[in-house]
Structures are given as structure tokens and as C-alpha cells.
Design a protein around this ligand. Structure first.
Ligand SMILES: [Zn+2]
Length: 398
């Protein structure tokens, strides 16, 4: 069994241990020591990284009671069992894992205490952490719990780890049942706030967790997933968002607190402008349709409408021409594509059949009904031929 130094002292980063065994593994080795300060992946918390005997520690895991360190290359000097080995745990990675992990304890405890919300599972990701609740939870409930957890951080309450025999467990009002069957359990206690079975790394007091920040809620199928981050990650996130908010406020020339109102105003202005633009386009299409119809005795045929057309706009113009009782074949370049509209005021003219005859030259696709049909294709050089083909098919059917 490996003695786990991190269980009693999560601030121990430098340690000496005796080599028990090492075996080749890929380019590196699997190393077992009599004791270690490296946390092995468990309970959702990721392993530590660092340096052992001059080699980088890339994985730490349990093999029964034993902690196994996987190093990227053989230990320096090829030490024999019984040799003394120096280890160094990476502080920044340890601190980050500890902040997320203990922050989750505080948040889960706060959710339970403020709204009786139980945590069913947790996940600690590279960037964000999630916590799943057993029911649908309102954002206000979570906000309240986050505030309560942050208050415990600011109070800097003592955190203690206890090794407790199963029969003594009632000393601790546990938030959840221990998941393991062991005789002696490790209970992590936050003074006057929480007690929960856990084997992870914890700070000596809650202040070390730093700020706990809520990132979002996802509610589905009777459950709620809360995304959050703690400590340095929360500070970094807040810093990045402050920059965004300051920049937006500068761009819109308002105070940061006025941003929501200002954005609402802009959205309303945009909606209004869109409505007016559409109305202007409709009037313009009516005028254009009347002009085109007045200039011809048969169907209106335009091989290439002017620039700035959309497929919607072309169909709109075509519909106006049809409404004036004329057939229409309209072609236009829309972006990189050739677009076609065929309209027929009624039988025996058939718009869909005429369009079908015209899709070949533009290598296009499309469809419609007897009154109106539209299509587009990538071969823009074929647009004039396509329009001519559609016009011929339409006049043949009339
Ligand atoms: Zn824990």
C-alpha cells in the first residue's frame, strides 16, 4: 500500500520517497514508491503532474491500494529498489484541481442547504466544470446557492479531513452516503457547513478556493446541469468578460450598466428598418413589374436583371408580373449562381414544365407548380440560354 501524503497535506509539493519498483512502459516507466504526494485520478478529480527522479510524471493511477506513476522516460541514473527518489508536484495544476474540486463541494453543499437540491454527478473539465442536479432547478435558486458558497469562501472557514470508522459516521451529518464499502472512510469537513466522504485534495481553509462563478444552466428531462468554474479560472473568465463589456460600452457610447437597454433599442431599430425596407422593396417590385409588363405584348422575358438581387426578390417581382396577368421568365446572377424564375398566369401555360426545360444550361436544380417555379445553378455562363429555353417552352404551351 502506498502512503498518500496529499491526504494530510495538500500543500506538500516536494517530497522524498523510497523506490519500490519500476517497470518499462512505452518510452517511459511505471514507478511505484513507498509514499507519494502525487494525487492519483479518482472521484472525478484528475491526477497531478510534476517531476519524479528527473522524469516528467504524465499519469498517476491506482492499482488496488498502490499508486502508480507513469513517467515519460526512465528515471535518471536507473535507480534500484530501496533508492531514495525526489518528487516535485506541479503547484499550478494542483492549485487549479483543488480550487475546482473543493469549489464543487461548497457549491453542492450550498445547493443542498439553500434549496435541498441534490448533486447526482460532477465532471471536472479542462476548461469548465459541471454538476448535475436531480431535478429541474431555477436560475434564481442556483444564484442563491452560488452566493452562499462564495460567502463561505470569504469567511475562510477551516477544512479538515477525518479518517472515520464506519460505526462512528453518525458524528458527521453527511450530505451524501459514502460510495465505498471501506471500514475506514475519509470525511472532508468544512466547519459548520458541510461534511462529505471524499478522497480528493482539499485546501486547509475555504479561502483558497477563490471565487465560484456560475457559467450557465441546461435544463432537460427533469434534470439540471450547472456549469461553473472556481479560483484562478473564475478570475481569468471575469477579466476576459470585463474587457468585452468595456469594449462594447465604448462602441455603443454608454455606461456598462446601460448595455442591456441600449442593445434592446438597437434590436428594435433593426426590426423597424427591416420592416420599412421590405415595404419599400414591395413598392419597387410593383413599379418594376408594371414597367416590364407595359413594354411587352407577350410574356415578360428578362435574361439578366440588374445587380443586388436575391432569389426571394426575383420571385417576388415574378409574382407581381403574374398578378398583372402575364407570363414571366426572369434570370439573374445571385452571388456565384445563376437564378431563374418562371411564372405563368394560368393554364395552358405551365411554369414548372418551362423551368425544367431550362435547368440544363445552368446545371441547376429547382421546382415549383404550374403558376410559379424557381431554380438556380452554378453554371452562370448558361444563364441566357436557360432563359431562352424557358421562354420558348412557355410560349409553346400557351
Ligand atoms: Zn472532494
Amino acid at each position: 500500500m502506498t502512503e498518500r501524503l496529499y491526504e494530510d497535506d495538500s500543500d506538500l509539493y516536494e517530497f522524498q520517497a523510497t523506490l519500490v519498483s519500476r517497470e518499462p512502459h512505452g518510452d517511459g516507466e511505471l514507478v511505484i514508491l513507498d509514499r507519494t504526494a502525487f494525487f492519483a485520478t479518482s472521484g472525478g478529480q484528475a491526477h497531478d503532474v510534476g517531476v519524479l527522479g528527473g522524469a516528467d510524471v504524465v499519469d498517476v493511477f491506482h492499482r488496488g491500494n498502490v499508486v502508480v506513476h507513469r513517467v515519460s522516460r526512465p528515471l535518471l541514473g536507473a535507480p534500484q529498489p530501496g533508492s531514495s527518489i525526489a518528487g516535485t508536484v506541479n503547484r499550478a495544476v494542483r492549485a487549479d484541481h483543488l480550487q475546482q474540486h473543493h469549489g464543487q463541494h461548497l457549491l453542492s453543499a450550498a445547493l443542498y442547504r439553500t434549496a435541498h437540491i441534490e448533486t447526482v454527478s460532477v465532471h471536472f473539465g479542462e476548461e469548465t466544470c459541471t454538476l448535475d442536479c436531480a431535478r429541474l432547478v431555477e436560475e434564481a435558486e442556483v444564484e442563491q446557492a452560488v452566493a452562499a458558497a462564495n460567502a463561505i469562501v470569504l469567511e475562510d472557514r477551516p477544512v479538515r479531513a477525518h479518517r472515520v470508522r464506519r460505526e462512528e459516521l453518525e458524528r458527521f451529518p453527511l450530505r451524501r452516503e459514502p460510495g465505498v464499502e471501506a471500514e475506514v472512510l475519509r470525511i472532508v469537513e468544512v466547519e459548520g457547513f458541510d461534511a462529505t466522504p471524499c478522497s480528493g485534495t482539499h485546501p486547509k481553509s475555504t479561502g483558497r478556493v477563490g471565487p465560484i462563478a456560475l457559467l450557465g444552466l441546461e435544463r432537460s428531462k427533469g434534470r439540471t446541469r450547472i456549469s461553473f468554474i472556481c479560483g484562478q479560472r473564475a478570475l481569468e473568465d471575469a477579466r476576459r468578460k470585463q474587457i468585452i463589456v468595456r469594449d462594447l460600452a465604448r462602441q455603443l457610447s454608454v455606461a456598462p450598466t446601460a448595455l442591456p437597454e441600449q442593445i434592446e433599442k438597437l434590436r428594435n431599430t433593426e426590426k423597424d428598418l427591416r420592416r420599412r425596407l421590405r415595404s419599400a422593396e414591395e413598392s419597387l417590385a410593383q413599379l418594376e413589374a408594371e414597367r416590364l409588363v407595359a413594354g411587352t405584348s407577350g410574356a415578360v422575358v428578362v435574361a439578366e436583371l440588374g445587380a443586388d438581387r436575391t432569389e426571394e426578390g426575383i420571385a417576388f417581382l415574378g409574382a407581381r408580373i403574374v398578378a398583372l396577368g402575364k407570363g414571366a421568365v426572369l434570370g439573374a446572377l445571385v452571388g456565384e449562381r445563376a437564378a431563374l424564375f418562371v411564372g405563368a398566369p394560368g393554364k395552358p401555360m405551365d411554369a414548372a414544365a418551362a423551368l425544367k426545360a431550362a435547368l440544363g444550361p445552368i446545371e441547376g436544380r429547382g421546382g415549383g407548380n404550374g403558376q410559379s417555379a424557381r431554380g438556380s445553378g452554378p453554371r452562370v455562363a448558361g444563364l441566357r440560354d436557360a432563359v431562352a429555353a424557358a421562354a420558348a417552352a412557355l410560349s409553346a404551351s400557351s
